[in-house]
Design a protein around this ligand. Structure first.
Ligand code: GLN
Length: 545
């Protein structure tokens, strides 16, 4: 039988970072997928951390968790949301993990007698991992490989060298290089500037890589003359210089790139078999994102609210849930410390719902507790995620069960009433990297609960990233006062979902549902929460206890 031919598209970036390579790569993915081509993605991160799990959100933004429990770059979230495929551990690797593997092998005697070097040992390991993605994904035609950082970074060099070798090894027609650059518009002279792009392509060529296609990020339309000029310097025909103008929503980017002929070019170059593109559902989703009929304001109370990248998947899950409700979800970011200063009523009086996302550490916890109390007492729809659920339990224990000093072991190592405590197997002394409860776990839903009605089934699977859990010693006390444990682990030892019956919508989960929301498949909890927030409508209609 003929070996199925796998093609590789490498996506590099030039001029500046944050050009949206992840969105460009995901967009190409969806355009290929719409033509019946099977795609998967890989993100390479040129930093020394083994994974982003130990980094602060200020450094890295959100840590995206895969089904198989890998802590990965947030671009994997874009891949999953756009392509509707589950990423795995192999779909993201870093300089740190590559060096780690090579050094470990050296210690085991795997290179006995040899001097271990960046070329060929590191580059071999990189190439092996790129091929591994193709191997471990079942039935794939194209692997999209995105290299983090910018061409010219010292850290990126071994990867670019590996890509150069990879192209050579695979032979002609198997690989394509797309370079994403910035074409700035200078206000003062009202001119588009192509020079940074020219330089960036030169930089790439110095390393031995001739790009096959350029995606030029611009604020304004890219005129034909500018495309010709870039093409001339970059050694490319004008149609291979593609414009990617700023879009209102990231979901529009695939449609813009389709109009620019991106997928057609890739298909012709790689000689892929492609069907007529089916983009109808995507288009109508974008239409709803752009022109929804309703709108609702939802408060998000967190620690890193000034840093939106820390909540990427939550923001996108709300976009999807908005589409499901034909509504624009306007997120109102409130810092938990601000709640402590101004009081919950001042900040939550004019929203239709409150979400408390995941997080770590004690800072801002009192503000969050106050926010939950306000939502609970004022029938304001409340959705808690991970730390958000733990805070809801602390609030309930303190204010309803009367355990005034209730807290989490995370905030007070000597707490007398740790209603949230270490999960079995977790301790303070554990190594930090990759040791939390990570990835997908099953959860059984109790009949007759809101959770079960929303999911419409008895057993679900959701992704986790935490060390702490509801302390089972307090389960009865909480339940006696009316807190319902509507989702538990199959062995009943871990509480995964809590809810309050009689409240308009009060539900929280120990897992992260936002990781499973997809552009064309909104997560049921987010969709239901947005629906409740819409129905809650004007705050004047709310009851106050
Ligand atoms: N810090 C909490 C824990 O480790 C919550 C984690 C989270 O919200 N992801 O359990």
């Amino acid at each position: 039988m003929e070996k199925p031919s796998i093609h590789y598209v490498f996506i590099t970036g030039g001029v500046v970072s944050s050009l949206g390579k992840g969105i460009a790569s995901s967009s190409l993915g969806i355009l290929l997928k719409a033509r019946g081509i099977r795609v998967t993605s890989l993100k390479i991160d040129p930093y020394l951390n083994v994974d982003p799990g130990t980094m602060s959100p200020y450094q890295h933004g959100e840590v995206f968790v895969t089904e198989d429990g890998a802590e990965t770059d947030l671009d994997l979230g874009h891949y999953e949301r756009f392509l509707d495929v589950d990423m795995r551990r192999e779909n993201n690797f870093t300089t740190g993990s590559v060096y780690g593997a090579v050094i470990e092998r050296e210690r085991q005697g795997g290179y006995l007698g040899k001097t271990v070097q960046v070329i060929p040992h590191l580059t071999d390991e990189i190439k092996k991992r790129i091929r591994l993605v193709a191997k471990s994904a079942k039935d794939v035609d194209v692997v999209l490989v995105e290299l983090g950082g910018t061409v010219g970074d010292i850290e990126g060099l071994p990867f670019l060298e590996a890509i150069r070798q990879f192209r050579l090894e695979e032979g002609p027609g198997r690989c394509l290089n797309i370079h994403v650059t910035l074409v700035p518009f200078i206000q003062a002279s009202q001119e588009i500037k192509t020079k940074p792009t020219q330089h960036s392509v030169q930089k790439l060529r110095e390393i031995g890589i001739q790009p096959d296609l350029l995606i030029c990020r611009t604020e304004t339309p890219l005129p034909r003359e500018a495309r010709e000029k870039i093409g001339l310097y970059a050694n490319l025909p004008v149609e291979a210089v593609i414009e990617a103008r700023d879009a209102d929503t990231i979901y529009e980017v695939p449609l813009n790139l389709e109009r620019e002929g991106l997928a057609g070019l890739v298909i012709r170059r790689l000689k892929l078999r492609a069907a007529t593109p089916a983009l109808g559902r995507w288009k109508s989703m974008v239409e709803t994102v752009r022109h929804p009929r309703k709108s609702v304001r939802i408060a998000v109370a967190g620690k890193y609210v000034e840093l939106r990248d820390a909540y990427k998947s939550i923001i996108e899950a709300f976009t999807h849930a908005g589409v499901a409700n034909d509504a624009k979800v306007e997120l109102v970011w409130v810092s938990s410390e601000e709640i402590e200063k101004k009081g919950a009523a001042a900040l939550l009086g004019r929203v239709g719902g409150l979400l408390i996302p995941g997080g770590f550490g004690e800072r801002g916890i009192d503000g969050k507790v106050q926010a939950v109390q306000y939502a609970r007492e004022n029938d304001l729809p409340f959705f808690g995620i991970c730390l958000g659920m733990q805070v809801a339990v602390i609030e309930f224990a303190r204010n309803v069960c009367g355990i005034r000093s209730a807290t989490s072991r995370e905030f007070d190592e000597d707490a007398k009433h740790a209603v949230i405590d270490y999960m079995p197997g977790q301790t303070r002394d554990l190594e930090k990297g990759g040791t939390m409860r990570l990835g997908a776990y099953p959860c059984c839903l109790r009949r007759g609960t809101r959770a079960q009605a929303i999911y419409g089934k008895d057993r679900i699977s959701e992704r986790h990233r935490h060390r702490f859990e509801i302390n089972n010693e307090y389960r009865t006390a909480l339940e006696n006062e009316g807190l319902v444990m509507s989702g538990v682990s199959p062995d009943h030892t871990l509480v995964e979902i809590i809810e309050l019956p009689g409240h308009r919508w009060f539900l929280a989960g120990q897992f992260h549902p936002e990781f499973k929301s997809r552009a064309l498949k909104p997560h049921p909890l987010f969709a239901s929460f947005v629906k409740a927030a819409l129905a809650a409508g004007a705050p004047s209609g709310r009851k106050t206890r």
